[in-house]
Design a binder for this molecule. Structure first.
Ligand code: AMP
Length: 281
């Protein structure tokens, strides 16, 4: 496994690998790796000759300065984990390397970046689009791997690829959960032991929502899920929406012909977690 900090060294290596006929899989991350990230790496390894993992805490996607400051950074641990998983290259650039000048790029993804995370974290998806485009321009992988844990992000990345015409296949990977159902997240390690126990009530409510969708109307279910999570004094729902998976419009009825996804953002003190489930109807 090789670690690259400079764009030019990584580009040179990747160019050589492509010239030798190798396919490249790419897994962009912000580090503090867990089994969710590892599932993406494992999938990439299975489907490509070379797997590149980037580790970069991207400042432009943080709308909250404290969140950026507190975001866990565990590079030594991450690199040993990636070595054991058989990743080929790690790209671990400095902020200066990725942003030699301040980016002024502005993206507008229409409805996709106006709702849910887009509405509650102004500028977040603009920062995501800026960094993912930069990383794609550097790596130009055959396939890039993203987790459905960040469901709205996947929709944005697919739109970005469509607009930029990158010849890159976006591979959507399922959410990996802790044994108690909590979606794995780098931010989970910031939870106090008590908050960590309560965090399991988020996915519990989402799984219950799947069951209840057979008997409750959409609005009634939205209210129920919000109230159920908020009934835990350590949890505060920022939003719970049930949207169509392509346009991210809020649905009004289960009869609508689309894949329906329930997306939630919850605060536990200063820590903000997101999760989602797909409804079977
Ligand atoms: P992050 O480091 O949080 O930017 O995440 C890097 C990639 O890992 C993103 O595509 C995430 O969606 C994905 N990811 C994070 N958590 C999980 C999880 N629990 N299951 C599957 N993928 C995940």
């Amino acid at each position: 496994m090789k670690v690259f900090e400079s764009i030019s060294a990584l580009t040179q290596e990747i160019t050589q690998q492509k010239a030798a006929g190798k396919t490249i899989g790419f897994v962009p991350t912000m580090g503090a790796l867990h089994d969710g990230h590892c599932s993406l790496v494992a999938r990439s390894k299975k489907e490509n000759d070379i797997t590149v993992v980037s580790i970069f805490v991207n400042p432009t996607q943080f709308n909250d300065k404290n969140d950026l400051k507190n975001y866990p950074r565990t590079f030594e641990k991450d690199s040993s984990l990636l070595e054991s998983f058989g990743a080929d290259f790690i790209f671990h650039p400095s902020e200066q390397e990725m942003y030699p000048t301040q980016s002024t790029e502005v993206w507008d993804f229409g409805q996709l970046d106006k709702v849910m995370e887009g509405a509650h974290r102004p500028g977040h998806f603009n920062g995501v689009a800026i960094i993912v485009k930069k990383l794609f321009e550097i790596v130009i992988p055959h396939k890039a791997y993203f987790g459905l844990k960040d469901f709205q992000q996947v929709a944005i990345i697919k739109e970005l690829v469509k607009r930029t015409q990158f010849p890159i296949e976006i591979v959507e990977c399922p959410i990996i959960r802790e044994p108690d159902g909590l979606a794995m997240s780098s931010r989970n390690m910031l939870l106090s032991p008590e908050a960590r126990l309560h965090a399991a009530n988020i996915s519990k409510a989402l799984f219950e929502a799947i069951q209840l969708s057979a008997s409750m109307e959409v609005d009634e279910l939205k209210k129920y899920v919000t109230e159920t999570i908020n009934a835990d004094p350590m949890l505060l729902v920022e939003y719970f929406e049930i949207v169509d998976s392509l346009r991210l419009r809020s649905i009004k009825s289960w009869d609508e012909k689309c894949v329906k996804v329930g997306c939630v953002a919850v605060k536990l003190g200063n820590i903000r977690l997101i999760d989602n489930v797909t409804f079977p109807i």
